[in-house]
Design a protein around this ligand. Structure first.
Ligand SMILES: [Ca+2]
Ligand SMILES: [Ca+2]
Ligand SMILES: [Ca+2]
Ligand SMILES: [Ca+2]
Length: 602
């Protein structure tokens, strides 16, 4: 009997592990008396939250507007094994709208008091007070847009409620903007980890802009907060035309009220913050040393970096940071490899300074937009000019600034006519030179590497001098093929692809020949003068007569023998008058790769 009870108990335990509820909520078609299936959804998030309880599970929110006239309380206590996933369904947009909350009540929007919630893809708007107020633990708030609330977008703090200090929360890829406490605007920030918090709270990939007060405010945050890859900009700007407007407008306000807490800020960007203070990074009387690695401050109205108190504990550490178009006030800090005092930034260091790129749409995975904003341009003095602070880096050393310059790994596919078997589409592997050319005349060489193309014509070209979002041409050179150019290309990221074999139009001027089903580089330019003509024919004919073997340019089909088969290929392309086709203005570089020998017998 005992064993039977044990088995039943075990089965119940196992069953409970898999008893996660899945329910759907639809603010229009739903009814809270429904079972919560996709066809018969619930109407309110509260009903779904009750249904899921502390066990955890999935609450899928269908697109539409969820109207609340008082706060939405999420207070379940789930677990690491079974979190409560409150997710937008299938990229639909659930808008949680608290516009009908009365201002007099100063009610928040979502009150996240529970543990192990995962909020994803929600839009939280118009709350009478803070959009989301978090006092729980181990929650993830991901890909949420929090805006137009009547106080701070996202607030996390215990306040006077001791013992409720929120800890281990991750705020990932969220945007908080246009939050405003009318008419002065001196309170509404983008993100507030403040007024007593626990440990382990992290903001990663978040953006705060055009909030009436600060982007981030750490006032009386008494445990370390980590900021990783966050943007803060145009906070403190009077976007509402309020005559009484008086926001602070700091990008990252890292303290308050003489509370000593060392915070960590890395890979962040702060620009165009204004208001009555308008600082990029501000200690705000935090009496502990702050650590800033690889940050950018640009054109803030107050100081870009403002660290003017000698910390009581620790020391300010600022390394690998850029300050551009703004002042800095820093005393008694450990400074290393920053743009000041001697590496003055110029526009030429960056792919783009177009600040509208900072609020561009995010990538499909929710990450920050991968565009040229403050990315280092090839040749920038900040590349590999930083000091190792323990963050990942490319190249010989870390860079200075928020974005490590990326080595471009171009996945290249190209086949060579003579080397390619028309039946199999495979070729004799060989090496080509892959050259990145500037996108406009005279098409200067940006970078050039050797690429080994395998039997499928595939290889990887690793460039250290190419930039993303820049117009280029890819030029291929092979020892006995016609130099071939791509169409104009732009690399959107560090891992682009280019395939010359899929269609004739993959080459500039359609300069490819079809072999079987694949498009190939023309063979036969043995002397590499950009034409297949009599000179090439003579060279192959000579080596044919002399029965030359081995890795020679006159071996046009790659079988290490120079014979009639090579001659036929060259003769055909000579007859067809095959020449290089390149964009107008491309210089003609004539390179004789080996001396021509005229056969003495002729
Ligand atoms: Ca503030
Ligand atoms: Ca580097
Ligand atoms: Ca030639
Ligand atoms: Ca041959």
């Amino acid at each position: 009997m005992k064993i039977r009870y044990m088995i039943i108990t075990l089965l119940l335990l196992v069953g409970s592990l898999f008893a996660e509820t899945t329910c759907y909520v639809d603010p229009v078609a739903g009814l809270d008396t429904n079972p919560g299936t996709i066809d018969l959804p619930l109407k309110t998030i509260g009903a779904a939250n009750t249904k899921v309880g502390n066990v955890g599970g999935y609450i899928y929110l269908r697109g539409g507007t969820y109207i609340y006239s008082s706060n939405l309380s999420l207070s379940n206590k789930a677990s690491a094994q079974s979190t409560i996933k409150l997710w937008a369904y299938n990229n639909e947009i659930p808008i949680i709208d608290f516009a009908s909350e009365t201002t007099a009540g100063n009610d928040d929007g979502i009150k996240l008091k529970g543990d192990y919630y995962h909020l994803k893809g929600l839009e939280v708007v118009h709350a009478a007070h803070n959009g989301i107020s978090c006092t729980g633990h181990y929650n993830i708030i991901e890909a949420c847009k929090i805006h137009s609330n009547r106080n701070t977008g996202f607030q996390m703090g215990g306040g006077t409620n001791s013992g409720a200090y929120p800890s281990h929360n991750l705020i990932l890829n969220c945007d908080s903007y246009l939050n405003f406490d009318a008419p002065i605007g001196g309170n509404a920030d983008g993100f507030d980890p403040k007024w007593y918090i626990g440990s382990g709270n992290v903001f990663k990939g978040c953006r705060a802009w055009q909030n009436s007060d600060d982007g981030w405010d750490f006032w009386m945050a008494d445990s370390t907060v980590e900021l990783d890859s966050c943007f803060s900009f145009r906070n403190g700007v009077n976007c509402w035309g309020s005559s009484q407007f008086n926001g602070n407008g700091n990008g990252f306000k890292l303290g308050g009220n003489y509370v000593a807490t060392p915070h960590i800020v890395k890979n962040c960007v702060s620009f165009d913050n204004a208001g009555n203070t308008g600082r990029g990074y501000d200690e705000n009387n935090n009496t502990a040393g702050q650590t800033l690695y690889n940050c950018v401050a640009y054109r803030n109205m107050g100081d870009n970096y403002h660290f003017t108190n000698n910390p009581i504990s620790g020391q300010h550490i600022i390394k690998n940071c850029i300050s551009y178009l703004g002042n800095d006030s820093i005393i008694n800090a450990t400074l290393s490899n920053n743009s000041w005092p001697s590496l003055t930034p110029t526009a030429a260091d960056f792919v783009s300074l177009d600040t509208s790129l900072a609020s561009a749409p995010r990538q499909a995975n929710g990450n920050l937009p991968d565009n040229g904003f403050f990315r280092l341009k090839a040749g920038s003095k900040f590349i590999d000019a930083g000091v190792n602070v323990g963050l990942p880096f490319m190249g010989s050393a870390p860079d200075i600034g928020a974005f490590e310059y990326l080595i471009t790994n171009l996945s290249l596919t190209a086949l060579i006519q003579g080397f390619t078997n028309p039946a199999t589409g495979q070729m004799v592997p060989d090496t080509v030179a892959c050259v990145i050319k500037n996108g406009s005349a005279p098409f200067a060489t940006v970078d050039s590497v050797k690429v080994f193309l395998n039997a499928n014509g595939q290889g990887t070209a690793v460039f250290s001098k190419a930039s993303i979002n820049t117009n280029y041409y890819i030029q291929l050179k092979h020892r006995n093929s016609i130099e071939t150019w791509s169409n104009s290309v732009t690399f959107a990221n560090a891992n682009p692809t280019y395939d010359f074999t899929t269609s004739q139009s993959q080459a500039y001027g359609n300069n490819l020949i079809q072999i079987g089903t694949k498009w190939c580089l023309f063979s036969g330019d043995v002397n590499q003068d950009n034409n297949v003509n009599l000179l090439d024919l003579i060279a192959v004919d000579n080596d044919n007569t002399n029965i030359v073997t081995g890795y020679v340019n006159t071996d046009v089909n790659g079988d290490n023998v120079v014979n009639l088969q090579d001659l036929i290929i060259v003769d055909n392309n000579n007859t067809a008058i095959i020449t290089r086709v390149a964009p107008p203005g491309a210089p003609t570089a004539i390179r004789i790769s080996r001396p021509l020998k005229i056969n003495k017998q002729q």
